[in-house]
Design a protein around this ligand. Structure first.
Ligand SMILES: Cc1cc2nc3c(=O)[nH]c(=O)nc-3n(C[C@H](O)[C@H](O)[C@H](O)COP(=O)(O)O)c2cc1C
Length: 414
């Protein structure tokens, strides 16, 4: 019977344990979590989602305070087009986050950054260019292009000296998305170094519509593999979404997967950014307490715990401080939803907004509990304390459980 450890992911000159911990914004996949994956010989991700906000929390900068001060005059205006990110600030924050992480890296594995295209920041192209290039300047070993088709992303970095050295991958949920990406980036004469195929059971935003349940990860992987063979393209494929045990991973590795990307199991690791009390909510989850809904203003469906404080919360939009989801015209669908409720309830001190959420504020505060489909199985991965709470796990324990387990077994902590 095979174990994950019988396989290796080859990326250039690197031979890695074929376990990639997926990016989880906003600072849920922390530096500490990514560093553990690298120390143990796999691949870890930090995320550059809301990186100025993360920098303030981690490195004592004042980026957001200063941004709010600059744009305070616009707080009650629903047109947010003036609220622009200072690109120098985005650069400095990205440099701090990436370089501090890379300086601390030990071991044979790699640290990548997850970069979401849907984080449009009121100037999609300009801000993405700075985020990508600064991560490369600051020594990141790989970039996983996420949440979007990224048809122009290679073009933003093709003249960077590290363009052919940094590992570049893309997350897709369909063959069509991959075909489009390869076609549109062909002129840069560079293929992605790996493709993460994210199925419908993943956490975070989904690359499917509300009919997500009709899709199946193994089928999409097989389709993509067949097409790559026919095109004589050799790109490592990394399935993701619902791979909960080492045996689940082995099944994909035996069927053409070069590695697996996993996340949900690590949401309850000590090194994960979720506060301990929120991790207890993840442990307690039942299948019925998880939903896929459309409240994210990105337009993508998102999976989350129904008990997330973000759901229904009608907070005033915080775009002057944050504004990471503002599109190129300074617009976010939460602003409309909020204004509609305020107009419908004149004089009310607080309103409820059910159809959209202020993603920036709630992700920053860990009040939007996004999670994978199998979150309800997390309680089976640990022991209960005497007070009824669940014991949190080390990232090393979870990583090694994926690496060495057989027979669908999950090792409990000592
Ligand atoms: C809490 C959480 C947050 C996530 N955030 C992101 C994100 O910011 N960007 C992204 O590309 N994927 C995100 N994902 C998806 C994961 O990186 C990963 O591909 C997927 O969840 C793997 O499936 P699994 O959770 O069933 O193991 C997130 C997943 C979770 C559980």
């Amino acid at each position: 019977m095979k174990r994950v450890d019988d396989f290796r992911l080859k990326l250039g000159k690197h031979e890695l344990v074929p376990i990639m911990i997926g990016g989880m914004g906003v600072d849920i996949s922390t530096t500490e979590l990514a560093l553990e994956a690298a120390r143990l010989g796999g691949v870890g991700h930090i995320s550059d989602a809301m990186v100025p906000t993360i920098s303030d929390r981690r490195y004592d900068t004042k980026f957001i305070k200063n941004k709010l001060k600059q744009y305070k005059f616009n707080v009650d205006n629903s047109d947010k087009s003036v609220v622009q990110f200072d690109l120098g600030m985005v650069e400095e924050a990205t440099r701090l986050h990436v370089s501090r992480t890379m300086e601390a890296k030990r071991g044979p594995g790699l640290v990548f950054v997850n970069c979401m295209e849907k984080l449009t920041m009121n100037a999609p192209k300009e801000t993405l260019r700075v985020r990508l290039r600064t991560a490369m300047d600051a020594g990141i070993e790989g970039i996983t292009l996420a949440a979007g088709l990224h048809l122009g992303s290679f073009g933003l970095i093709e003249d960077h000296p590290r363009f052919r050295d940094v590992k570049l991958g893309i997350i897709v949920s369909s063959l069509r998305a991959l075909q489009l990406f390869i076609k549109k980036t062909a002129r840069t004469n560079r293929l992605p170094d790996y493709v993460v195929i994210e199925g419908p059971l993943a956490g975070g935003h989904l690359g499917f519509g509300m009919d997500w349940a009709q899709y199946d990860l193994a089928t999409i992987v097989a389709e993509i593999q067949t097409w790559l063979w026919a095109e004589k393209l050799n790109i490592p494929l990394i399935p993701a979404g619902g791979i909960f045990t080492g045996s689940d991973a082995v099944a994909f590795l035996e069927n053409g997967g070069a590695a697996v990307q996993v996340a949900t199991r690590f949401t309850v690791a000590k090194e994960c950014g979720l506060p301990p009390e929120v991790q207890q909510e993840y442990f307690k989850a039942s299948e019925e307490s998880i939903e896929v809904n459309q409240i994210s203003p990105t337009g993508y469906p998102m999976r989350m715990l129904k008990g997330s404080p973000a759901i229904g919360n009608g907070i005033h939009p915080n775009c002057e401080a944050f504004g990471y989801i503002l599109d190129s015209k300074g617009h976010c669908s939460y602003i409309d939803a909020y204004n509609r409720e305020v107009a419908a309830h004149p004089g009310a001190k607080k309103v409820k907004v059910w159809d959209k959420t202020c993603l920036c504020t709630h992700m920053r505060n860990f009040d939007l509990w996004t999670c994978g489909h199998y979150t309800y199985r997390l309680k089976d991965t640990t022991r209960k304390n005497e007070d009824g709470s669940y014991q949190s796990l080390s990232a090393e324990h979870i990583f090694r459980d994926y690496q060495f387990s057989t027979d669908n077994r999950i090792a409990l902590p000592d």
